[in-house]
Design a binder for this molecule. Sequence first.
Ligand SMILES: [Zn+2]
Length: 100
Amino acid sequence: MDHIIGLKHGGKTMTENLANACSICNESKGSDIATFVDDPENIVRFFNPRIDIWEDHFSLYETGEIIAKSMIGAATIKILRFNHPESIIERKELVRKGLI
Ligand SMILES: [Zn+2]
């Protein structure tokens, strides 16, 4: 379980602010809530699974790679390391088995 908005940013330990996360995403995100995308002036928040729609921000390729469809998607992929080599291998196998 991961806090979507970290406790130090005022997030609460309640269902609306919790999400399942793999260890790579959880450790990579830490208490971050946003990052810079393309430009140091462009701060973009991360995808929030409680308010955002996954398909609006990401595409999943059969290779197991996740591609951004929005700035929020790009920020999230970058910091949570969605395309970490271990994640791609695991995701590719899930795609092959028709589980995702
Ligand atoms: Zn993950």
